[in-house]
Design a protein around this ligand. Structure first.
Ligand code: 5RP
Length: 215
């Protein structure tokens, strides 16, 4: 399975619906929620997710880069998030937060910043639908892929195989036409791409081309 998830962080926020419509062939729409505390940028909240849910049938992959995620999980689930991803660094009670998302009937992911080791999620890995490896320091689009992420993805794929469960590896940050095949070979199956898609004239064509690079 290969999934391409355009990150709307790089879209035109004044034309969000139109930009999403132009993402033909997208498997997920990646929604970056930033609060100015956990990351040094501020983006959007549940009302925008609710509007997107009415606008598109593509599943919404909501990435919470926020402090106190447990406080907001219910609002994002009610707004229509299909996948809710929390940061391991953002909640000391990660097990409780994960099970809060599952109890709301949503798929759950946990994300790790580049400096966070995989052992942070060892105990909860079997409970997850997805692990999101940040391959840039979160907060901004258009950054360069951190090469050390490749080895981290390989090691995570081995950890997941040992669980015997079907858990996705999503990679976010600096994914381009030139490196997506290598990231896929390392073990990732879900690819967030912001500037690589929204800086091109034909988003659907670029999404298809990114997918073809992995074949
Ligand atoms: O989470 C993010 C930044 O924190 C973005 O999703 C990510 O950076 C995508 O942008 P690009 O593909 O341009 O690197």
């Amino acid at each position: 399975m290969i999934r391409i998830a355009p990150s709307i962080l790089s879209a035109d926020f004044a034309r969000l619906g139109e930009d999403i419509d132009r993402c033909t062939g997208a498997d997920l729409i990646h929604v970056d929620v930033m609060d100015g505390h956990f990351v040094p940028n501020i983006t959007i909240g549940p009302p925008v997710v609710a509007s997107l849910k009415k606008h598109t049938s593509v599943p919404l992959d909501v990435h919470l880069m926020i402090a106190n995620p447990q406080q907001y999980v219910e609002a994002f689930a009610a707004a229509g998030a299909d996948i809710i991803t929390l940061h391991a660094e953002s909640d000391v009670h990660l097990h409780r937060a994960i099970h809060q998302v599952k109890a709301l009937g949503r798929q759950v992911g946990v994300s790790l910043n580049p400096a966070t080791p995989l052992c942070m999620i060892e105990e909860v890995l079997p409970d997850l639908d997805m692990v999101l490896i940040m391959s840039v320091n979160p907060g901004f689009g258009g950054q360069k892929f951190i090469d050390a992420s490749l080895d981290k993805i390989r090691r995570l794929r081995a950890m997941i195989s040992a669980t015997g469960k079907d858990i996705s590896i999503e990679v976010d940050g600096g994914v381009t036409m030139d490196n997506i095949a290598q990231i896929h070979r390392a073990g990732a199956d879900t690819f967030v791409a912001g500037s690589a898609i929204f800086s091109t004239p034909d988003y659907g064509h670029t999404i298809n081309a990114l997918r073809q690079q992995c074949r």
